[in-house]
Design a protein around this ligand. Structure first.
Ligand SMILES: [Zn+2]
Ligand SMILES: [Zn+2]
Length: 291
């Protein structure tokens, strides 16, 4: 029988104070993460019915285990009469997505069928920002893998009184607001960072990652003799992560670290026992294992 952690129809649910995450991620099989409170999903290796109402989908890279069900998301929303969603993709994948979408259109063609509009593909480069609503901004950053790949950090926008207005009565502030006086400074709180497939290099380069409340991190390979394999396939090996934690002990300040994308070759028991034995205790205390 297929082990439970190899069934993409059975995501793991993580409940945090501000958000719920439904996610599944096993290498080569499927990766997706839905965050309904933020109305966002990351990757679309599978598209469960829970994903259908989500309006913003961020794709990390073109590998099939991260993208295969994007068009299913498009067509289920259409079928259910929902507005088209937005699909944020690395610019280099645009051509491929367009071609697949056109091929599918052709496959389903029959006389009298009306042409569907192309899905809303929004190509992004590293450094691009997307405003999701008044409180939330997404920023794309470069990720090192075997192909062009983006990670995404979602920032919550907050405001605080400028120091010179500390202690001002609320009626007075209301008056200032009416007059259009800027008495607040805006600042950003990094809520969540999603990295698809990646080598450890991304962590050394993109230091802001360590400040997010929630961090999705790939950890594909765990066994001693697989380090070279990990490097070749553009993935992270447990020894790479341990080395990083030793060299940069204060880099990852995240409250929750979601480890994902384990190789299909391991059992759940192996994954848990190796991680428990080898990860430092203060790191392990913040870890959630997607297996
Ligand atoms: Zn993958
Ligand atoms: Zn990949």
């Amino acid at each position: 029988m297929t082990p439970r952690h190899h069934n993409p129809g059975l995501p793991i649910t993580l409940k945090f104070p501000q958000e719920t995450i439904n996610a599944f991620s096993i290498a080569a099989l499927s990766t997706y993460a839905y965050v309904p409170e933020m109305n966002v999903a990351f990757d679309m290796g599978d598209c469960l019915m829970d994903a259908v109402p989500i309006q913003r989908v961020f794709i990390s890279h073109g590998h099939g285990d991260h993208t295969r069900c994007l068009l299913r998301h498009v067509s289920l929303r259409r079928l259910l009469g929902m507005d088209p969603a937005e699909y944020y993709i690395p610019r280099e994948t645009l051509e491929g997505f367009r071609a697949i979408s056109a091929a599918w259109q052709k496959m389903e063609y029959h006389k009298g069928r009306k042409e569907h509009k192309e899905p809303n593909f929004i190509p992004l480069d590293a450094g691009n920002e997307v405003t999701l609503n008044r409180q939330l901004v997404a920023q794309a950053f470069g990720v090192t893998h075997t192909m062009p790949s983006l990670g995404y950090t979602l920032f919550e926008l907050r405001k605080k009184l400028k120091p010179e207005y500390h202690g001002t009565e609320s009626l007075e502030l209301a008056r200032l607001r009416r007059e259009g006086v800027e008495f607040e400074d805006e600042f950003r709180v990094p809520r969540l960072t999603f990295i698809g497939d990646s080598t450890i290099e991304t962590l050394y380069r993109e230091r802001h990652i360590g400040q997010s409340h929630i961090l999705f991190l790939e950890l594909t390979f765990l066994m001693e003799d697989e380090r070279e394999l990990a490097r070749r396939r553009g993935h992270t090996h447990l020894d790479d992560l341990l080395e990083f934690l030793q060299q940069c002990p204060d880099a990852l300040q995240n409250e929750h670290i979601i480890l994902k994308h384990f190789s299909m070759r391991y059992t759940r028991r192996q994954i848990f026992s190796i991680l428990k034995a080898r990860l430092p205790a203060d790191f392990l205390a913040r870890v959630h294992i997607l297996a």
